[in-house]
Design a protein around this ligand. Structure first.
Ligand code: 13P
Ligand code: SF4
Length: 324
């Protein structure tokens, strides 16, 4: 299985010319097909730049549900394209790279969830959006990093909550919501590698910078202790919004490094550095301009979700979208 992402291109005049030709070709195909390109904040810079909409998982779900386009080219990973297919069953959802998966989504199967539910009768199941359609179909609520606290707050206080699959996000959620959650032990291989020890580098090297931390990070709960010193736990979209309104002009960013492109292009006057330069998701980086172009030319790869699964998964996603 080809799990390695294509190498990050060196910026050369030849590549710049190629990028500009591919962009023009892609935009012409988008118009001809009545398509829309949605890209996650972790995509390669040139893929973000060709998209109609760039955002976090919550924003992309909303955009997929709202778009009038017949075809959605989803530049992200498989569970995101599945979510779009669930929300828009009559549209064609294309995932340019079929192998673009997610180690976090892979950390729980629908069978494992059914067994877990049987061990906790009556519990409410809240699934992070980084899950397969089958796992969402077994869930009561879906949530993203942008609305997880709001979803937990909406559940009556006397109900047990099973939260899955991310252990670090769940531990952070327990602290912000003040609720005890029953947690699945999954993790994202990229964010789990951003450790409490990395916080020391921020405090030693750039104590005046604000630290923006994604809740999936292996240091998210520990970072909360530094809220008074400028640490913030945020979804990728909230990082953009927060940096725009903050008077600070230097930020350290603890998440996948793809977000730096948006932060730097939307706020060229501010400085954004990664807390860890090696926080790179190989799945997110699989999509290239070439694969986006091929996806439009060949209508590949069409992502579908079985009707019965989609119906049950849609309930959990729609409950999330309704909450916030
Ligand atoms: P966001 O919901 O913040 O976009 O994060 C999605 C994701 O895959 C994080 O690794
Ligand atoms: Fe999945 Fe982690 Fe990649 Fe996000 S960064 S898509 S959680 S593997």
């Amino acid at each position: 299985m080809a799990l390695e992402a294509a190498p990050i291109e060196f910026d050369s005049p030849d590549r710049r010319r190629e990028i500009s030709a591919l962009r023009a070709e892609i935009r012409a195909l988008v118009t001809a097909k009545g398509a829309v390109i949605l890209a996650h904040n972790y995509q390669r810079p040139e893929v973000q730049d060709v998209a109609d909409f760039v955002g976090d998982s919550l924003g992309l779900s909303r955009e997929a549900a709202a778009t009038g386009a017949r075809t959605i080219v989803f530049c992200g990973v498989r569970f995101m394209a599945e979510t779009a297919a669930i929300l828009s069953p009559r549209k064609t959802v294309l995932l340019p790279e079929l192998e673009a998966g997610c180690s976090l989504a892979d950390s729980i199967t629908a069978d494992e969830l059914r067994t877990w539910k049987a061990e906790h009768p009556g519990a409410v199941v809240v699934s992070y959006v980084n899950t397969s359609a089958e796992v969402k179909a077994e869930s009561d609520y879906c949530c993203t990093s942008g609305n997880a606290k709001a979803v937990i707050d909406a559940i009556p206080g006397d109900r047990e909550i099973l939260f899955l699959p991310d252990l670090f996000m769940g531990t952070w959620l327990e602290r912000v919501s003040g609720r005890k959650l029953t947690l699945w032990m999954g993790e994202c291989h990229v964010h789990a590698g951003i450790r409490p020890a990395d916080l020391e580098r921020w405090r030693a090297d750039a104590p005046d910078a604000e630290l923006l931390v994604h809740p999936e990070c292996g240091c998210s709960s520990q970072a909360m202790a530094f809220a008074g010193e400028g640490a913030r736990i945020l979804s990728t979209e909230q990082m953009v919004t927060h940096a725009k309104s903050s008077p600070t002009d230097h930020f350290l960013v603890a998440t996948e490094t793809g977000i730096l492109h948006r932060l730097r292009s939307e706020m060229p006057e501010k400085r954004f550095d990664p807390l860890r330069e090696d926080a790179i998701c190989r799945y997110m980086k699989m999509t290239t301009l070439e694969s986006v172009r091929d996806s439009l030319v060949r209508d590949q790869h069409v992502i579908t979700v079985a009707e019965e699964t989609a119906l049950r998964a849609r309930r959990a996603i729609e409950r999330m979208v309704a909450i916030g």
